[in-house]
Unconditional design. Sequence first.
Length: 289
Amino acid sequence: MADSQSNAPLRAAAGAPTSGVIHVRTRLTADFTVISNALAQRRGSAVTVGVAAYIVSLPDGTPVTITALCEHFSEGEILISRALRDLEEAGYLERRRERTPTGQVRTRTYFYDVPGGGPDPDPDGPPEPPKPRRSRERPTAPAEEAVVTPVLEEAEAETPVPLADADPRAIAVLTALRRIDPRLILSAREAARLAPAVTRWLAAGLPPTQIMDHLTARLPDQFLTRPVGILAYRLKETPLPVSTRSAEPPVRPEVVPLRNCDGCDRGFRAAEPGRCRDCRAGDQLRAVG
């Protein structure tokens, strides 16, 4: 009896995996970025890993504000801000308020290849930035080198005014938000923080209803943090268009009073007492006849 014939290979090629990804390696000599496996393989949101890889690939000084990142990615401000918050909690990203030599206070963003690490000492380079503050969520830094990327952002936080000094019209707008969305409950301190921005919008001629509609439109289904952060961003980064409403109230036409006809006692409107149109027409016909 002849042996059965088969065209299937007897065994897989030596060294090739039988399932999963197979890498086709290319040696890159330019335009590439080194990223740690701990960051690239981080469990959780793919948006967080993508934002981190993008920031690592940028040269120093490139803006990485939420607005700048939203212009690059198709995700909206909620997912981008959540990714930055995840990276900040994990120790990869840090935002610090620092005073410039001219006395201005600006926010610098530092991105760490390794959470909590420090830059390579360079005697000929710029001075090393201060050691970042460690939070409880940040893991202990491994015994390997890290690179810090400082980015100077133009955004500058505002100092909140006391609630007693805040514009009562702005406070009324902010406290009314809870009637539209019950989740938008603000504390007295949070309302005082947002009040100056609302006051500027009111001074620009925007009606309170338009401000409330903008602040409550397209909110996420779930808030991971206090809603004051989302409201503050919308007040600062996405201003409403200038209102076309006139500052002066519209002039209403004069209402002609209602009178009773002297001839038929029917009601009609006229500036002076007299006879209605039908009675006047009848008088003219009788005069002609």
